[in-house]
Design a protein around this ligand. Sequence first.
Ligand code: HEC
Ligand code: HEC
Length: 238
Amino acid sequence: MPTPSVAVRVVLTLAGLSLASASSWGADAPAATASSVSETSFPAPTSAQLQAGAKVAQTCAACHGIDGNATSTEFPKLAGQHADYLVKQLHDYRIAKGAKHPARVNAIMNGMAATLTDAQIRDVALYYSRQTFKPGVAFADKKELKLGQAIWMAGIPDRAVPACVSCHGPGGAGMPSRYPRIGGQWQGYLEMELQMFRNDRRTNSPEMHDIASRMTDKQITAVAEYAAGLRAPSELSR
Ligand code: HEC
Ligand code: HEC
């Protein structure tokens, strides 16, 4: 395990790389450039919605942190995540009408989501999306980060794996209403989700299943490490 000062240096280097690539990203982005996509499909939240969301978030705080910056690596950070993505996940944790299983299976979250109304899901998603995200750091060795960076920026051509950057963005900030933010998320969580997409234990994204199923364990670990150290350009000073 490297010392914290090494980890900080890694983040800064990665941030430099992600900034350097930021200008080319718009042109490579699949469906649209960032500027033509609206901030979110939700209208700006009212203060009543944010207050209601903060109240719901109290029941989530033990695991996700009161502001959505989970402090334990077992629980994903939700702060600054796009509201649309959070809403989709919370609906996917519930059992849809006529379905036998939820599209996203996790014993804890299936139980939590089942207790929420649609309005509570919307409000708590709006609340988390407005909280300031505290990005993490990458603890990988140089070789692993290099592999992770190559996959992030260029994909794995001989396995037809597309570049993560084309959807999740250079700093991993995603794109509101389309792609979740994954930059700065816990490495262990990202790795676990990629494994679950691959093994069909998380079945709510055919797109990500397709991508993960063409990756090896080593490639999954490396790209998760790299993504954990990424920061959006606006977060470089934090
Ligand atoms: C006892 C701990 C615990 C509590 C309480 C809890 N969660 Fe979670 N949450 C988890 C775990 C663990 C995961 C990852 C599960 C998985 O892999 O699908 C998760 C995942 C999520 C995700 C998916 C995140 C992503 O990036 O895809 C959302 C959204 C979420 N929780 C929202 C909530 C909300 C809202 C509440 C409160 C109403 C809540 N959680 C309460 C443990 C908890
Ligand atoms: C074509 C667009 C696209 C590409 C390319 C792509 N992703 Fe995704 N990714 C998505 C979408 C859409 C989701 C949200 C899935 C859902 O609704 O649950 C997602 C979700 C994820 C998640 C789960 C996030 C969470 O909070 O649970 C991880 C991890 C992830 N992607 C990693 C990657 C990695 C690593 C790569 C590159 C190897 C990659 N993605 C390439 C579109 C993409």
